[in-house]
Ligand binder design. Sequence first.
Ligand code: DQA
Length: 142
Amino acid sequence: ETVYILNGPNLNLLGVREPEIYGAATLDEIAGGLEDKAKALDLDIEVRQSNHEGHLIDWMHEAQAEGAKAVILNAGALTHTSLALYDAIRGIGLPVIEVHLSNPHARETYRHKSYVGMAATGTISGFGPLSYELALDAAAKL
Ligand code: DQA
């Protein structure tokens, strides 16, 4: 079974981007840790990143078409703006786990609203790279 792990805008800059908020690990390093964890859980993972909203939507549709077990989604700032992602989550009918490295609720008020969270199965945020690992644990048990 495959879990899609989709990452949105600016997450290609992890490791460089505001490390005091997002940590020192790059997305490749996080993905490497997730590969190990996925093996232990007997899951396949498909880790992708795009700065383009439409790519994320196409990949969600692909996840459904491929019969994925679940989608783990860190939509970056699109979390707080994208009705199209909200519709995609509702539309594909797969379990979707929203993740964030930081805890948006402890940050600026404009990060408190989440279109992704309004449609997701659940949300894990604030644990840095561990947020993804916890989400993979959750996906395995769904
Ligand atoms: C983020 C939180 C968002 O508010 C922000 O726009 C990001 C990263 C996180 O993982 O903490 O790009 O999704």
